[in-house]
Design a protein around this ligand. Structure first.
Ligand SMILES: NC(=O)c1ccc[n+]([C@@H]2O[C@H](COP(=O)([O-])OP(=O)(O)OC[C@H]3O[C@@H](n4cnc5c(N)ncnc54)[C@H](OP(=O)(O)O)[C@@H]3O)[C@@H](O)[C@H]2O)c1
Length: 279
């Protein structure tokens, strides 16, 4: 099943809904006429309607009734009341895709009628600039093509991995929390530049663009990070001197530990039902 020819509805018209609407319209696979959004904030609905030409509604149940694919895009702590409100409209003909961080498919299923076709996802903040990394978790009861439909939707805002649900904690520890790690690295690189005499604005631009460009080079060439490192390091040169300092500081071990600890914290929060504190 492709998203082409289908209608999509967003329950909650916040940042993530807007990112997906923007991305989908940019790909051209779906027209504004096939997209609807509902929200409690009428000013926000008006804004999305005038910016993107999508349909807007203040009634969540009505939104679910009129679309083929429902994207649950409210904050995790609002998920339960919103699903209770729309449950009677969620028929097996509809595909429900949840963005809610840390809310398991078991929790979602308990709030919805039997036979629901459900996909849970873990996007990240760069989706807001159409450079997201999203993991999609398959679950029981999907129709052939459902995971592909979800993939198509999230590829509009970046890269997608389709995984089993138990791996979503690791995804939260890596790409979900990762924008915070990278922000810290960029800030620290810029601090180094300022320490050595660059002005703050220049240092920040150079640091952020270096991270962006290096990531793009790896993704576009498919090269191993070690190859990129070797391309930049000449014998007795500056880059190898900088790398020796990074290794002295245990940069690899520290980043591995960061992903591991964030993953364990995600599991812990999931068990405690603390979904609202994720990522
Ligand atoms: N942003 C990210 O980078 C990111 C990353 C990973 C996962 N996610 C997940 O994506 C989901 C959406 O996040 P977001 O950042 O887009 O949140 P957001 O910007 O707060 O958007 C949620 C929208 O839903 C509205 N809302 C509140 N109660 C509602 C109700 N009963 N019915 C309909 N709409 C209602 C909110 O209005 P009010 O503002 O008035 O409450 C807000 O406009 C969350 O579950 C989050 O865990 C987001």
């Amino acid at each position: 099943m492709s998203i082409k020819g289908k209608t999509i509805g967003f329950l909650g018209a916040g940042n993530m809904a807007e990112a997906l609407i923007k991305g989908l319209l940019k790909t051209g696979i779906i027209s504004a006429d096939s997209i609807s959004a509902s929200d409690v904030r009428l000013d926000r609905l008006e804004q999305l309607r005038s910016l993107y030409g999508v349909h807007t509604l203040s009634d969540n149940a009505h939104l679910v009734k009129r679309v083929d694919v429902v994207i649950l895009a409210v904050k995790p702590q609002i998920v339960a009341p919103v699903l209770r409100e729309v449950a009677s409209e969620v028929t097996p003909e509809k595909l429900v895709i949840s963005l809610a961080a840390g809310v398991s498919t078991a929790t979602l299923r308990a709030l919805l009628p039997k036979g629901v076709r459900l996909i849970r996802t873990m996007p990240n903040t760069p989706a807001l600039v159409l450079e997201g990394a999203t993991a999609i978790a398959r679950s029981d009861g999907l129709k052939p093509g459902d995971a592909e439909t979800a993939r198509e939707i999230f590829e509009a805002v970046g890269k997608v991995a389709v995984l089993e649900e138990e791996l979503l904690d690791a995804v939260t520890g890596l790409s979900g929390s990762g924008p915070a790690y990278v922000a810290l690295v960029i800030e620290a690189l810029a601090d180094g530049g300022v320490k050595m005499g660059l002005d703050r604005a220049t240092a920040m631009t150079l640091a952020a663009q270096t991270v962006l460009g290096s990531a793009k080079l790896l993704l576009e060439t498919g090269a191993h990070p070690g190859q990129l490192k070797d391309m930049v390091t000449s014998p007795g040169g500056t880059a190898i001197t900088g790398i020796a300092a990074l290794e002295e500081g245990g940069v690899r071990r520290t980043l591995i530990n960061a992903v591991e600890r964030a993953t364990l914290r995600s599991r812990e929060l999931g068990r405690a039902g603390g979904e609202d504190k994720k990522a």
